[in-house]
Each structure stands twice: as structure tokens, then as C-alpha cells.
Ligand binder design. Sequence first.
Ligand SMILES: [Mg+2]
Length: 343
Amino acid sequence: MSRSVRTRPEGSGRALSEAYDTALLDLDGVVYAGGNAIAHAVDSLATARDGGMRLAYVTNNALRTPDTVAAHLTELGIATDAGDVITSAQAVARLIAEQVPPGSRVLVIGGEGLRVALRERGLEPVESAEDDPAAVVQGFGGPELPWGRFAEACYAIARGVPWYASNTDLTIPGARGIAPGNGAAVEVVRIATGAEPQVAGKPLPPMHRETILRTGAQRPLVVGDRLDTDIEGAFNGEVDSLLVLTGVTDGATLLAAPPQHRPTYVDADLRGLLTGQPEVTGDADGGFRCGGWTATAGAERLELTGDGGALDGLRALCAAAWTAGGEQGCGLDSGKVLARLGW
Ligand SMILES: [Mg+2]
């Protein structure tokens, strides 16, 4: 099935919390950062929910259980039930359960979130290749994961046992720097075995399917901070997305985005759920207008004239850059115009 290439952010005359029935929210960089709530997140989510929008939290982190995540959110002031949390551990457990006999043993290289998710599907977590597992599954295990478990995985995979991974995020940004994520641990096993895992997490379809099955969303809006997981996951699931600029994505990355990384809407933070979105319009000279700004693509760089709110300037620039980039990422220099907007 072919999809049209998005060349500008869309407008919405209605608040997004009214135009969509369910927000599928990423956590880190959207709701919290380093354990603390991001500015405006708590109030905006409460208002969206009071207005009738269902809120669900979708995380690639397979270490924490939905209970733990819900307790953390509730502590931050966002009352959440475990049933509102969807993890990549749940998505990969469903994937495995569909492919192995009921009640099978599964060798786990990971933590509690993965074990709980497997038991929920009637599967039995085990720790040794000698336990006759029907599958091997790998999810983030945290600092206490013993190195010997990687060897167990390799022994089983070498015997032809199918291998699954909750997600392949290579890194985990933290307060002290960048730590290796589950994707880095998956690479260890890949290098040692030459095998290839089936992966469930964002941006791949099993994760999106899990969120739809668990929420029953009819008209979902994916809300995320990362282009290659959240926004690409929405693209693959063929649903709309809102990029918030409270996490890892900066203006230059957004302007250079290839089609699968272009969000439907762009806003500063979760207050964007509560408002409409301005239209970006094209003019006869090849410029793109939003608010008081006009953006154009020059031969080597993006240009911006006018004035107004910085976000409207960024939206106009998205249209100029994405149109110029077409089916590729735009390679035009954006440093000067982004500096003007304060990005
Ligand atoms: Mg994130």
C-alpha cells in the first residue's frame, strides 16, 4: 500500500484532545525526564482527560512492570492504572504466545517486566538453555543482569530456538550520560550467534497493535518526542502523531526528517493537546506561511522572513524543508533560521 508523502504539518480547527479519542503517550521526554514531570505535563493531561480523552502510556522499556510505571505516574500527580500502561514486554510476550505452544518455557534475558508479561500470556519464564525453552526473549535487564545469561541465550539460539527482542533502542539517556540500552545487548547476542531476532517495540507493528488491542482506540493520536521510534511507529501504524519538543528531537533533526519521521503536528509540550493547530499554507512564490512567518527553500539553505511565535516559524520551515526533501531528508542548512527562532 502506498502512502502519500507528508510535506507539511497539518492544521486542526479543534483541540487535539477533542479530535482524537485516545492519546498514546510516550513517557521519557514527553511526560517525565529523569524521573521528574516535564513542565505543563501534569496539568495538560488532567485537562485532556477531564475533557473525555483516554490516556494510555506506551513505553519501549521492558524492565519495569505496568504496575511500577503506573505508581510512578500517580506519584507525579497523574493518576494512572496499570491497565493504562502498555510496554514492549507485553507486545513481545503476545508475539511469542502466537508462535509457540501454550504453556511453553521461555528463556529470559531481562527483568521483572518481561517475566510478568510472559506469565500473563501463560508462558513460563526460565533462566537456562538446559530448561528446554521454546523461545529466547531479550529485554532490558538493568545493571544486575548477569553476563552468564547471554551465554544461555547463545546456547539455545545455536540449537535453533527462535529469538525475540522487546525493542532495539541502542541507548538509554540518563542523568550521568548515555548508557547502553537493550539494543546494545541484542547486538552482543547477534554478534555471537549470527542470528536475527523478531522485534516487537516501537517503531515496529507489534507494539502499535498491542496498544490498539489494549486501549480499543478508534481514533488514536501518538504523542512522542522521538522521530525514529514514536513518530515512525505512528507512520507504520498509519495513525496521526504529535511531536513535542520536550525530549530528544531538536529543530534541525525535525527539518531534515525523511517521510516516515515527519509528525502530523508539532508543538512545544503537552499543552499542544489542548489547542487547535495552525494551518501552514503555500503561496504562489513557493513560500510557506504560518502565523506571521514565510519560509522558503533556497539553493543551499532555508530562509525565513516575517515574525511571530517561534513554533509557527518552525512549522513554516517544516513545510519548506519537507517539500524540498520530498522522499528524502532535506539537506539544506537550517542553522541560521533556527538560531533566529531560538532553537
Ligand atoms: Mg521518549
